[in-house]
Write a protein that binds this ligand. Structure first.
Ligand code: ADP
Ligand code: MG
Length: 306
């Protein structure tokens, strides 16, 4: 069977989906956007050996490729609608493609997200590129640039799990929860939707909390302060690693795909699964505190200032 036949078999589900006039099978997809909304477009590529180990389960690769894009959609406060998939395969077998498709639709079907087209090629390195377009109320998209001095800084879920999970995976150690947090991140689409009109700025955490929060603060032209003792750390991370390593993963580990956002605490008090970790300030830069002490955080963790 050639690749086109395989794609027809595993990717074209022949479903009637709202907003899709023409899906897979023609030269292009024909879509019907909501005229009352703005479109949000995101894209992310995963490369074998760079973004995931070569022996990763194909269902997990696909799930993750969709989830990381959904996380960008979530950070914009948008509703995901349509997805395309560009796949470069290196001798993939039919069972591999079947498992990949299953993981892809598992992630997509959590969100009424339709696969409407793609491209398939052969090449030396497996590469998975997903694009998602979403919709958001006009003028309401969550941006990185709106944080104001006095706003509180929040994160969703727990931080540091994915970096710990990847480290365990590479050492062939098992911790179901932490490894799954890396392989199958939970994009915070619902929380993103609830933050519309409430958060002043938002970003998703892909490169590590500190680095991504700094991007948000810079884009907003403000600074901030966080208290390391307030970081939400999962029980699994606490059990597996000492306190210094927990904090190192939480602050600088990547791949969490949680949201970091700023808001008036009163405006978000009814939103579940969020933790306040700090405050936006008028002075430039990000200060880390441990209770009352200022600490110096670098890639090797944190240490006390003299
Ligand atoms: P073209 O040559 O016109 O670009 P293709 O023969 O590459 O078209 O693709 C045929 C159809 O299959 C198109 O609708 C395309 O969007 C879809 N398609 C190809 N590869 C994929 C894929 N990996 N996932 C989803 N749809 C795909
Ligand atoms: Mg064509």
């Amino acid at each position: 069977m050639d690749e086109f036949e395989l794609i027809r078999r595993y990717f074209d589900r022949k479903r009637v989906v709202a907003g899709v006039e023409i899906g897979i099978g023609d030269d292009g997809a024909v879509l019907v956007p909501d005229p009352l909304k703005h479109q949000v477009q995101v894209i992310d590529t995963l490369v074998e050996g760079v973004h995931f180990p070569s022996d990763t389960d194909p269902a997990d690769i696909a799930y993750r490729a969709v989830a990381v894009n959904l996380s960008d959609i979530a950070a914009m406060g948008a509703i995901p609608r349509w997805m395309t998939l560009a796949l470069t395969l290196n001798n993939a077998s039919e069972p591999w493609i079947a498992a990949f498709a299953a993981g892809l639709f598992e992630a997509a079907d959590n969100h009424e997200l339709a696969l409407v087209g793609g491209d398939t090629t052969g090449g030396p390195t497996m590469t998975v590129t997903v694009t998602i377009s979403g919709e958001v109320e006009k003028g309401a998209a969550l941006l990185r640039s709106g944080a104001k001095p006095g706003d509180a800084i929040f994160v969703t879920g727990t931080v540091g799990d994915a970096a710990a999970g990847l480290a365990l995976l590479q050492r062939h150690e098992v911790d179901e929860f932490l490894v799954q947090r890396f392989l199958r991140p939970t994009p915070r689409v619902e929380t993103g939707r609830r933050l519309i009109g409430k958060a002043s700025a938002a970003i998703d955490i892909s490169d590590g909390l500190l680095g991504d929060l700094k991007k948000l603060l810079l884009a907003s032209g403000v600074g901030g302060e966080i208290d390391i003792s307030k970081l939400p750390i999962s029980d699994a991370l606490r059990e597996k690693f000492d306190l210094a390593q927990q904090r190192r993963y939480a602050l600088t580990g990547g791949d969490d795909y949680e949201l970091c956002f700023t808001a008036d605490p009163g405006a978000v008090k009814n939103i579940p699964g969020i933790t306040q970790i700090g405050t936006v300030s008028g002075s430039a830069g990000l200060v880390c505190r441990l209770h009352d002490d200022i600490v110096d955080v670098d890639d090797s963790g944190y240490r006390h200032f003299r």
